[in-house]
Design a protein. Structure first.
Length: 501
């Protein structure tokens, strides 16, 4: 898989106005819009292209630009600005056809009122304050999902809000053609990892299909000794190797088996153009080990991954990888594994049997081999590390039968109180906000899975914007959460607002 390049994506910057203002004013509107679009396009924070489109003054022009946006393969959304007053019945035909995400940038070209010179001409040219409200009404009237960003276009918080939305739009766009392989189906009897794949494809985009182990194993068996040696050399360069895994070490063959699995898995994914996959330790026929280091390194390269057949977790991780391109901090498949219930400092130890992405490693990972104790295969090779302290978010999507629900929990990662020298897996220790007691109860009430996508790169707003684009329910557990109110939100949302197609 080639690296994800967000600069191939375009957001079209459209400006609403009307003919009433006359040519001179409309030329000024166009100059302003060009300047705003160019500034956003040049912002290092915005990862996609922002492309100026001519000012729209008629229903026909609006409809035409929407149709062109729908058809443009690299256009991931529209950013609309009402510089002046754009009577919104003009927008109905276009908005009815719109199939891409919409951002309403509610800004104004001038930051401040020019106190000594302001006159009616100035007011008429700079009237986003009411033009934006007319546009807001038609969006609300037509139930169009959109993000509204308010403030001066040069302000950092406005640019951040726009940038966040473009990242979500990129993930949504990626998902429309994204394919995920469910290798070996599901861990037997597990519920949350199942769900309606047809509904998911309609709603989220990802196409999820099952593959037998033989489809992967043939690529593993075909890996040449020279390729395996080369990959083992790469491991030695990048990680602190356990002595037994080094050249001449007594477990060296296990490292070579692990490398062979990585090569085979990678070739299987590349051959069919997958951007994510799942596997399950209960179904590894033909593989010597459960893929550990392989899945860890594939995640680091941008693949979505879900253990135990969790294809929704694989989809979420892929979305996170697209949204997080170029941002500091990592993103990983995760599991709430065990608790530290010390009275004054309760925390969660997040980890998995093996598959944690090294993008969240605070320092150089160590490459180790230990028994798995489950699955009946040979000992798997894995990378071991801790996540660095700092804020993070855990997000998951579950299938409630009539709809998808995204649950998000804001957490703070801390260094472990004490080293865990005997724990042979990568891990993160966190305190959920507002506290473990409230957050875990809320997560459980919401039916959140035990496989969140953990990210120190993304914020709540990235997922909020994506949930809005997907049209899925979005519930947040953060520093303000009160369990009683949270349960009411779940009840209200059950009233039918989010029922899927
Ligand atoms: Mn698991």
């Amino acid at each position: 898989m080639s690296a994800i390049n967000l600069k191939t994506f375009e957001v079209w910057f459209i400006t609403g106005s009307q003919d009433l203002y006359g040519d001179e004013t409309l030329r000024e509107v166009a100059r302003h819009a060009q300047e705003v679009a160019a500034a956003l396009d040049a912002s290092p924070q915005i990862p996609v292209r922002i492309v100026f489109k001519p000012v729209l003054t008629t229903p026909e022009q609006i409809r035409d630009v929407v149709l062109a946006a729908n058809a443009a393969p690299n256009c991931i959304g529209l950013a609309a600005w009402m510089h002046t007053f754009s009577p919104a019945k003009m927008w109905i035909a276009g908005l009815k056809l719109l199939q891409k995400p919409l951002l309403h940038l509610h800004t104004q070209f001038n930051r401040e009122i020019p106190w000594s010179t302001i006159d009616m001409d100035f007011m008429n040219t700079n009237q986003s304050a009411h033009g934006g409200r007319e546009f807001g009404f038609i969006g609300a009237r037509m139930r169009i999902a959109r993000k509204v960003v308010v403030g001066h276009w040069q302000d950092q918080d406005v640019i951040t809000d726009v940038a966040t939305w473009t990242r979500a739009a990129a993930a949504r766009h990626d998902a429309l053609t994204a394919r995920i392989a469910r290798i070996g189906d599901n861990m037997r009897e597990v519920a949350v990892t199942e769900g309606d794949k047809v509904a998911a494809q309609i709603c989220l985009g990802y196409s999820v299909n099952g593959y037998g182990l033989g489809d992967v194993v043939k690529h593993i068996d075909a890996a040449s000794d020279a390729d395996v040696d080369r990959l083992c050399d790469q491991y030695e360069e990048q990680y602190a190797m356990a002595p037994a895994l080094r050249r001449g070490g007594q477990r060296r063959e296990s490292l070579r088996d692990a490398a062979r699995i990585e090569i085979g898995l990678r070739r299987f994914l590349e051959a069919k153009g997958f951007v994510g996959y799942t596997n399950t330790f209960e179904n590894l026929y033909g593989m010597k080990q459960l893929p550990g280091i392989a899945s860890q390194r594939l995640m680091a390269d941008g693949y979505g991954f879900g253990a135990e057949g969790d294809w929704k977790a694989a989809a979420m991780l892929r979305a996170a990888k697209v949204m997080a391109v170029g941002l500091p901090g990592g993103t990983s498949f995760m599991e709430d594994y065990t608790y530290h219930l010390k009275n004054d400092n309760p925390q969660v130890l997040g980890s998995h049997m093996l598959e944690i992405c090294p993008s969240i490693a605070a320092a150089q990972p160590s490459c180790e081999i230990h028994p798995l104790g489950i699955g009946g295969k040979e000992d798997p090779v894995r990378l071991v590390f801790d996540a660095p302290p700092g804020p993070a978010v855990n997000a998951t999507v579950v299938d409630l039968g009539d709809r998808f629900r995204m649950v998000l929990s804001e957490v703070d990662v801390f260094a472990p109180e004490q080293p865990m020298e005997k724990l042979p897996v990568a891990r993160a220790m966190w305190k959920p906000r507002p506290d473990l007691k409230t957050a875990a109860a809320a997560w459980i009430q919401a039916g959140g899975s035990h496989h969140p996508t953990f990210s120190q790169a993304l914020t709540t707003e990235h997922w909020e914007d994506l949930a809005e684009m997907w049209g899925v329910e979005f519930v947040v557990i953060d520093g303000d959460t009160r369990l009683r109110d949270f349960k009411n939100i779940l009840r209200w949302n059950d009233a039918g607002v989010f029922r899927r197609a």
